[in-house]
Each structure stands twice: as C-alpha cells, then as structure tokens.
Design a protein around this ligand. Structure first.
Ligand code: PRP
Length: 180
C-alpha cells in the first residue's frame, strides 16, 4: 500500500472514455470487417477493463487471449528488460490479431510484445492503446490506434494501478500527493 497520502483528480471521465471506445471500435470494425476471426490480445493486468469494454463494442467474430509482461530495471533507462510471465494460450499463426495496451509509456513493453506476436506469424497485426504518453518514449514505437494522448502525469483507474490500487475506478484520474 502506498505510504504517501494522495488524492485522485478526474482527468478523463467514464463518459468520455465510453464515447472514445465506441469511436475506436468503429475504426477497428472497418479495418477488420470480413475477418474469419479477430484474436484480441490484452496485456495484463492494466488492459483488463479496456479490453472488456472494447470487445463488447466489436461486432466481429472475436477470440480473447492475454499476455502478461513485466519490465525490470530503472524505468528511466533504455536498457529496460521485458519478460513474459504469461504467453498466449491460443494459436495466432495466419490470424488477424489486435494487441490491446492500457498505456504506452517508454514503449518497451509494446515493442517487445509486438516482436513476440509477430514471431508467431499472424496474418495481420494491429495495436491499440487507451493512453499514450509520447513525451516518455524511449523506443521508436506507436500504437495504430490511441484513445487519448496525455502529458507525463501519474494516472490511475480504468484498469491502471498505483501499487495495485485504484484499478477499479471507472474514470482515468491523476494522482496528486497531498504532502507535497
Ligand atoms: C504498465 C502498463 C503497460 C506498461 C507500459 O504495465 O500497463 O503495460 O507499463 O510501460 P512502457 O511503455 O514503459 O513499457 P505494468 O508493468 O505496470 O503492469 P500492469 O499492467 O500489470 O499494471
């Protein structure tokens, strides 16, 4: 549990997120229309809320799978190592695949996961991230679809945690430490 007291200020409301998810799902539908199956791959744990809302908006034959990745090393070092704690359960060779991230920060996680998924030979691979912090990027990577571009703020909610708390907020909030 975090030791420093903090408050959470709303940054992106649940209503705004829902409207954006609807727009994004329309664009994804247009991209993948006619697919025999779209494998939607969520990155645990942060993407669990986003993927749940997104797939329910998608009028396509969908399979849901998950990868859990964890990054080690100093967040500010470009040498950050990404390890896979849980790999895909299903086959994706020759399939249409959509990788779903909650947030792209340095970009190491997404870059590593794209490499891993591509090595399995998908027919088409696209990526989506709810949030993007381009100012934090250390590797040249960007998702095909972005929900919201945000400044370098400490955000929580809608799946995103602070020391494993606050993932269950329906909105995206900004953490503000109260003893600063
Ligand atoms: C967070 C977030 C992204 C990743 C982005 O995951 O969910 O997956 O970091 O960071 P990067 O662009 O700098 O690699 P985290 O490791 O905190 O795990 P979680 O999803 O389980 O919260």
């Amino acid at each position: 549990m975090p030791k420093r007291p903090y408050v959470i200020e709303e940054m992106i409301s649940a209503k705004t997120i829902a409207a954006r998810v609807e727009d994004l799902s329309r664009e994804i539908h247009d991209e993948f229309e006619g697919t025999d199956k779209l494998v939607v791959v969520g990155l645990l744990r942060g993407s669990f809320v986003f993927i749940a809302d997104l797939v329910r908006e998608l009028d396509l034959p969908v399979e849901v799978d998950f990868i859990e990745a964890s990054s080690y090393g100093n967040k500010t070092e470009s040498s950050r190592e990404v390890r896979i704690l849980k790999d895909l359960r299903g086959e994706i060779a020759g399939r249409d695949v959509l990788v779903v991230e909650d947030i792209v920060d340095t970009g190491h996680t997404l870059k590593h996961v794209i490499g891993l998924v591509n090595a399995k030979g998908p027919k088409r691979l696209k990526t989506i991230a709810l949030l993007d912090k381009p100012s934090r990027r250390e590797v040249d990577i960007s998702a095909d679809w972005i929900g919201f571009e945000i400044p370098d703020e400490f955000v929580v909610g809608y799946g995103i945690d602070f020391a494993q708390r606050n993932r269950n907020l329906s909105y995206i909030g900004k953490v503000r430490f109260t003893n600063e």
